[in-house]
Design a protein around this ligand. Structure first.
Ligand SMILES: *[C@@H]1O[C@H](CO)[C@@H](O)[C@H](O)[C@H]1NC(C)=O
Length: 222
């Protein structure tokens, strides 16, 4: 009697563990397979320009670069949210060490590129946070960083409490140690109001909820 009963218990234990393992692996696979979607629910492409902005585009407040602060020309540029802009700049999200991947995935490491330098400012166009652990202006986002460096290392994460169930929304995190030496943690990207200008920064824990908007092209058939 005794041996068979403990055998049955062992069997039960094995089955329970097995199903637990399979549950865990399925959920991890689902998480790593999470492809970032644009405002229309289409897959967001790696290294292709998108506009980024709030959930309701008609409200304005899209993200763009500015070359002027306090009526003075600046270089590198600042990354700002403009209340009067319902289109914004175009930004490429470029996966680090994964050039063959066609789409962005949540939690994959990437650089954010504003494209070819325009005008006199010839600093690099990758978004960077000069010093994430220092107060503003050090932790405000500017252009001028190099690709695949700790200062320019970001990831896109699903927004935990989306405003609209129909619109896929995300937040950005700056994760220095994923690309090089730096703090072993990720910092939420939020809006910081700098002399009346809304700038992207790691200054605040409350993340900025953003949506990817496809750039309209006249010859576009997708
Ligand atoms: C980042 O934002 C999320 C969602 O609001 C929050 O739960 C988390 O605590 C924040 N993380 C940090 C490090 O501030």
């Amino acid at each position: 009697m005794k041996p068979s009963r403990s055998y049955a218990l062992l069997l039960l234990f094995v089955i329970a563990t097995q199903s637990l393992i399979s549950i865990t692996t399925t959920s991890t696979a689902a998480a790593t397979d999470d492809i970032v979607k644009d405002s229309k629910g289409k897959k967001v492409l790696n290294n292709v320009p998108y506009h980024i902005g709030p959930v309701i585009p008609a409200m304005g407040y899209h993200i763009k670069l500015t070359n002027t602060m306090d009526n003075k020309k600046i270089c590198p540029f600042n990354v700002v949210q403009d209340p009067s802009d319902n289109l914004g700049g175009q930004f490429m999200f470029t996966l680090v060490g994964n050039f063959d991947d066609k789409y962005l995935h949540t939690s994959s490491i990437l650089g954010i590129d504003s494209g070819y330098p325009k005008g006199e400012c010839e600093e690099s166009t990758f978004w960077t946070i000069p010093d994430v652990e220092e107060p503003p202006p050090s932790n405000l986002i500017t252009t001028g960083g190099g690709f695949d460096k700790s200062f320019t290392c970001f990831q896109v994460v699903e927004y935990p409490t989306p405003t609209s169930p129909e619109v896929p929304s995300y937040m950005l995190q700056h994760c220095p140690s994923f690309c090089g030496a730096g703090p072993q943690t990720c910092f939420n990207i939020s809006i910081y109001v700098d002399n009346g200008v809304r700038r992207l920064s790691s200054a605040d824990a409350t993340p900025f909820e953003l949506v990817f908007y496809k750039v309209k092209e006249t010859h576009d058939s997708m």
